[in-house]
Design a protein around this ligand. Sequence first.
Ligand SMILES: [Zn+2]
Ligand SMILES: [Zn+2]
Length: 137
Amino acid sequence: MEVQTRHSTRRDAVLECLRKHHDHPTADMLYNEIRRDYPNISLGTVYRNLNFFVEHGEAVRIPVTDGQTRFDGNVKPHFHFRCSSCGALLDLNLEDERQLEESLDHPKTDFKGSITGYDLVFTGLCKDCLKKKKETA
Ligand SMILES: [Zn+2]
Ligand SMILES: [Zn+2]
């Protein structure tokens, strides 16, 4: 009888890799990392798996207006910040998070259509870029 060993599938590998990251990687970034363990994997497969996770609520797609789509393995609702200088995408903890969520979920507006959600990413300079800017000023 053959000994059963549990091989993690490529799909598991993609999700594991995403969850390890806290920098909201792009599909390319994950692909370059996973490729080391799975040399035959294609970028298309990584993309397909990421979309699968998003559809099944195991990952979140973060809207960015410039650059590539970023993914988050943390599906708990939270806000994001994007550095306009280096492009870093960070988690943003707000003290009045509940209050902001409440007003975003139930916006007071005279808009006549139907609002079903929002894409919100805060922008500015990250800690490192702010420091660099101060040093060169
Ligand atoms: Zn920055
Ligand atoms: Zn996040």
